[in-house]
Design a protein around this ligand. Structure first.
Ligand SMILES: Cc1cc2nc3c(=O)[nH]c(=O)nc-3n(C[C@H](O)[C@H](O)[C@H](O)COP(=O)(O)OP(=O)(O)OC[C@H]3O[C@@H](n4cnc5c(N)ncnc54)[C@H](O)[C@@H]3O)c2cc1C
Length: 432
């Protein structure tokens, strides 16, 4: 056995160290518990301080073991997943149930987080990176994402979205996909007990469904949940029966569905509750106060108007959490100004040169990212998550320096930057 342990230390030092820590913790708990029992048997009661310490130690060990288990199932880089089921949710929208190809357990995630896919699309010549929110609460055997086809605006002459079309038309049961681990800062903390309002438009329902699912499964401290969802009508209303079941089966859930163009056959009060769009005015009518944590997700203009109106209603910014599903090749909704510190460039602005495309712009300050500036100047920089996590927008800086608008998960090599989450600190020459 000693020889085996030695071998483990040489071949897998990190795993062996983890094992030893776990062993030490278990021994410590057993020792503490045994000494507690001895004292009780000796007719001496544990002081309340000792009892609390024992309780804390057991809880600490339990959490250590839990996070060691979770770390074991997490992964870096790409993991292969096979498509176990493909289910049509509504027009042009499909859910994909994904199983790890290695058959090992999956790490948990926070409801609201997303997966990053590296899609191999024939003829594209490079992997296409796209992010899709997990649309069901955590499960150790599979993940679910739901993809809506992203059509070009009528008459724009632009091609339809590539990644979403690939999912809807090409990806089938049995296919293997390259997937990065769950990520993202837009998520619900299940341990908290502040009542929540989930607000979504169109495909923005996906993270809300994961949140609602998790709240319901956990019986989440029985906190009050309001769910406002907007769709055109039943044809593009995803997870219709799930939303209805939330409202009917759980008295803590209040679900309000708004159809902007209901079909003649659809019944107000049954298929949907309100005609029109989801607005903060509707929330003001229905909610007893604005004292909630708000989670908002949907297309850019929807996000902008809801977050702005919540602020006008007096909801503090730190109670409003949001994720914009900008199509990956177009501009993402700007964050409300107060969320981004204002940088003042020198008088006359800073010159940003995009060397490969030969374009120049002058940056006059504000919270826009370098990626957004490039898009406005029609300079092509790849983008996936638009939150500094997937690494698709990594671009080399030929000169100058940048500052980050937030924390990022992707690695950045010296002399490069993640364009989606930074802005200029000096004049820049960018290799794009
Ligand atoms: C964190 C996060 C989570 C997400 N979760 C989901 C989710 O759960 N479900 C979901 O369906 N989506 C989700 N998205 C959006 C998703 O990642 C993709 O952005 C979306 O599927 C569109 O990608 P695409 O490749 O199909 O479209 P793209 O090829 O990126 O095209 C996007 C749009 O731009 C148009 N377009 C193409 N070329 C041009 C051009 N030259 N000029 C102007 N417009 C052009 C296209 O017609 C299309 O309408 C999420 C995004 C993020 C960032």
């Amino acid at each position: 056995m000693l020889a085996n342990l030695l071998k483990l230390f040489i071949e897998h030092p990190a795993r062996a160290a983890g094992l030893l820590i776990l062993l030490a913790l278990v021994l410590e708990v057993v020792f503490l518990a045994a000494s507690g029992v001895r004292r009780l048997l000796a007719g001496r009661r544990l002081s309340s301080l000792q009892a609390a310490r024992l309780q804390m130690e057991i809880e600490r060990a339990r959490l250590e073991i839990k996070s060691a288990e979770e770390a074991k199932s997490a992964w870096n880089g790409i993991r292969k997943f096979s498509v176990d089921r493909k289910v049509q949710e509504c027009d042009d929208t499909y859910s994909f149930y994904l199983k790890p190809h290695d058959g090992k357990p999956l790490p948990p995630f926070k409801p609201g987080q997303y997966l990053t896919f590296q899609l191999s699309i024939p003829g594209l010549g490079r992997p296409l990176v796209r992010c899709y929110s997990l649309s069901a609460s955590a499960d150790t055997s599979h993940y679910r994402v739901t993809v809506k086809r992203c059509l070009a605006p009528a008459g724009s002459g632009h091609p339809h979205g590539i990644g979403s079309a690939h999912f809807c038309d090409q990806v089938k049961v049995g296919d293997i996909l390259d997937v990065k681990a769950p990520n993202g800062h837009f998520h619900l903390e299940l341990e908290r007990d502040r009542p929540v309002v989930l607000v979504s438009g169109g495909v923005g329902a996906t993270p809300m469904i994961a949140m609602a699912d998790a709240l319901r499964k956990e019986g989440s401290l029985k906190r009050e949940v309001w769910f406002f969802h907007g769709a055109r009508n039943g044809r593009d209303h995803m997870f219709q029966s799930f939303m209805r079941s939330l409202d009917l089966e759980d008295k803590n859930f209040h679900v309000h569905v708004c159809y902007s163009k209901p079909l003649p056959t659809e019944r107000k009060g049954i298929d949907y509750q309100h005609e029109g769009r989801v607005t903060v005015d509707l929330m003001k009518e229905l909610l007893p106060s604005n004292n909630y944590g708000f989670f908002v997700c949907g297309p850019g203009p929807f996000m902008e108007s809801i977050t702005q109106d919540l602020r006008n209603w007096g909801v503090p910014d730190e109670w409003v959490h949001f994720e914009a599903f900008g199509p990956a090749s177009v501009k993402r909704a700007a964050k409300p100004e107060a969320k981004v510190g204002v940088t003042f460039p020198p008088m006359g602005g800073l010159e940003i040169t995009f060397a490969k495309s030969g374009r120049k712009i002058t940056w006059q300050g504000g919270g826009r990212s370098l990626l957004e500036m490039a898009e406005e100047a029609r300079v092509k920089i790849d983008a996936g998550c638009r939150a500094g996590n997937c690494g698709s927008c990594l671009v080399a800086l030929k000169s100058g320096s940048i500052e980050y608008l937030g924390t990022h998960g992707a690695d950045v090599e010296e002399g490069s930057c993640l364009a989606c989450i930074c802005r200029p600190a000096t004049a820049l020459v960018v290799d794009a």
